[in-house]
Every structure is written in C-alpha cells, then in structure tokens.
Design a protein around this ligand. Sequence first.
Ligand code: GLU
Length: 498
Amino acid sequence: MSDEVRVRFAPSPTGYLHIGGARTAIYNWLFAKKHNGKFILRIEDTDKERSTEDSIKGIIDGLTWLGLDWDEGPYFQSAHIEEHKQAAQKLIELGWAYKCFCTKEELDAKREQAKKEKRPFKYDKTCRNLTPEEIAEKEKAGLPYCIRFKVPEEDGVISFDDVVYGKIERRFKDIEDFVIVRSDGSPLYLLSNAVDDIRDKITHVIRGQDGLANTPKQLLIYKALGAKIPVFAHMPLTLDLKKRKISKRTHGEVVSVQFYREHGFIPWALVNFLVLLGWHGPDDKEIYSLEELIEAFSLEGIGRANSIFNYRPGDPKFFTDPKALSINAHYLRNLPIEEIASYVKQEFLREGLWNPAYEGEKRKWFLETLDLIRTRYHTLKDFVNLGRAYFSDEYPFDPKAVKKNILKHPELAKWLPELAEKLEELEQFTLENTEEVIRNFAEEKQIKAGIIINGIRTVVTGQSVGPGLFDVLVAIGKDRVVKRLKATPSLFEQKDLQ
Ligand code: GLU
C-alpha cells in the first residue's frame, strides 16, 4: 500500500536509552499504531568511534522492556554506507553536487579572514564552477576532495510545514554549499539520514528538535533526488526546573530508562509518564490505557513549549519527577493483582525473597497480601523494602517509627509480650478477634488504644504507617505476630534504633 504510514526511531548508539529518546520512540510507535502503519527501528551507527555494542543492546533492551515493539529492523545505518556514497554520486551526475578540492588550510585561512572582517564565514564556492578538465586534472594529480551540495543561487527559499513548529523557511542564500561526503570518503550524517529515510519510505519524521537545523538541507537533498518529502514533526526539548537540557552529565542515571527499571517502575507507567512530557490529549487526562492512548494520540497534541522534567536532585523522597512516581503508584494500585504479582515475583527473585509456595498453596494469601499493602506504594521496590515484614522475618525498622511508637513508651516492653500471650490463645486469628483482644487489653491497662496499636504496627512491620492494623495482623499471621511482639524488649536494646 503506497500510503501506508511508516515511521522510525533512529537512535545513535552512543549511550544508554535516554528518557528523551524513549519519548521519541513512544510518539513514533503510537503514531504507527494509530494509523495501522509500520514502526521501524534503525540504529544510526555510522559514528564508529562513539557507537558501542553495549549501547545498541541497551537501546534494544530498553525498548523491549517498555513494550515498544517494532515492525521492521533493527536496521543498521552502517550497512548502507555505499548507498549513501552512491546517492552523492547521483547528485553530482544530476548537477546538484560537486567535488570540492579546497584544502583544510585554504578553508581555515578564509575562515580567519572572515573572522577578522567580522562577517560570518560561508564557503565561497571556489570549486562550484570548475570545468570538467580542471576536475579531471586535479583528480589525476590525486588531490583529495569532498563533495558539496549545490544550493540554488536564485533568490528563493526552502520551506516546509512542521507539524509542531509551523512554517519553517530558510533563504537559499543563507545556506552554504554544505558538505555531504568528507574528503576521506565518508558520507555526512545528514546525507545518510535522509537517504535512509528515503529508502525506508518514511512518511513521517518525528524526532527531537535538534534535527530541525538539518531539515532544510535535507529537504534540498530530497528534492534533488526526486524523493517524496515526508511530514516533519520536531518535538521540543525536555528541560529541568533550572531550564537545563536533561542529560546524563547534569542529571546522572535518572534520565536513563534503565534507572526506572531498576527502581521498580512498571513499564507502562513510564510510557504513560513520558507521553505526557510534551503531549496532551483532548482533555486533561493523565492516565491512559494503551487503547485510550492510541485513540487520543495525535502529532497536533505535541506542544511547542519545552516540557519540564520536575526533578530535584538530592530529595530522597522524590528520586525522580513526583509525577512519574504518582503515575507508577496509580498503576500499582489499579492493575489486576495477578499482573502486580508477576512483577513482584521478579523483584522477590532478585532479593532472595521468593517462595515457590506463592504460586502454590500460598497463592491466595500472597495475592491478598499484595492487594492489602499496595495502596500506599509508589514503586515495586516498596514491596521489598516497606513490605518486607510480610514475607520475611528479617525486615528493616524505620528508626523514626521506633522512636515515636516504641521507645517513647517504655511500658510497651512489658505490655506487648503480655498481649502476645493473649493473642496466642486465640483459636481463630480473625479481624474481629484480634481487635477485641487488643481493645480489651488497652482498657484493662488504662492506656489509649492508639498507643498499643501504633506500637504493635511498628513492632510487627517496622513501619509507622500501613493498612488497618487488624488486617495487617491477619495477613502476617498469628505465629509471626506473637513471636515478634514477644521480642519487643530487644528493640530497646538495639543501638542503631536509639
Ligand atoms: N540519530 C539521531 C539521534 O539519535 C536521530 C535523528 C533523526 O531522528 O533523524 O539524535
């Protein structure tokens, strides 16, 4: 089908998969899905010095983890270098390019001169009008040459309508005869990129704003080669709160997709968050299922303003944009519990917390417990850390909780073990029975039930907050609750909790 939508994600494999890159991939992927088109992965690896195998693997793993499946590829730009050179040759034959024999020294001298005269340097077209004889002679002498594009000399403009930025126009006279093949024979990226897009029949180029500077030149190449011009949509940058471009150098790992994988994100939650960095739907909705997103997505929804990645380095509570955390929390709370269980299983396996009975006789308990504790959680790591007491007898104590709920009430060292004896006698360890025993106990000792309840919570879970206490007790189970309460005095002895 000739009018099939074909888009591509074309990363240069010079680092990990950056969240900005992932956003570009997501927009392309959604656009393809929306139009029943094809999403192509093309690795732009012609910069051999900077491209690495690790980075290619990181990009592929990251996209796979995010669920951004591609229909074609990965193609590798480096496999097509001959084609890029042939395109340059064709441009020469068509009269749209020429060999330039100017040496680096000559060009440097002219650049210096321009600087002295305070005018911008532009190649002066010395070689544009060499005669065939002159060219043959220089070639015979073995002089190296680069290939330059012949920008029209008339008074016109090259213009296009960018879906995001609107009409973009450049005057021919402001574009120099740019190099498309270096004197060592290697094609320039802007040529390779355009030739690949032509070959891959790309209909919509959706890419970062940094591609905008190349677009007028690429359009000249498209036209000269008689190729159909795709639709262009350039996406604005993502900046931090100080208006700096987000980058590994400035922000560290928090801008890599891998970081979110390692910090307990659900892949779709990250997709959902990244989509909103610069795009909004017809209403102000923030949570989208895949189907809803495909329905709502359009390139017109991409804003022109730079999007803001609201990250405050050094704030341990928000180790990334709080919105990313709240979206992840939303999915933790709302996805079917079986799905949550499969994510938690991976975390538990990594931590040595996994028990095969969670898929056997303890399945029901496992799912109910996850369902109970997930309401307050922000990442999958919370099941391992904040929720550890439900799955292991070795769990961390939040020192603040211990201080406030236990150490401040030294009588608990005596009372909680006493209460444990009473709970131990219960035949049915139910919500009602545990509540009754605990409330009666508080009354008998003439203390506020709250003090006992907070104390118990901290002793049995290590935390100061969580689901309703009686639910917690039933989930943790009689034996473990009794054992933990009996061990309350040991909390008074632990130096690191004082
Ligand atoms: N390889 C370019 C990059 O990683 C992409 C350019 C494009 O999409 O046209 O920035």
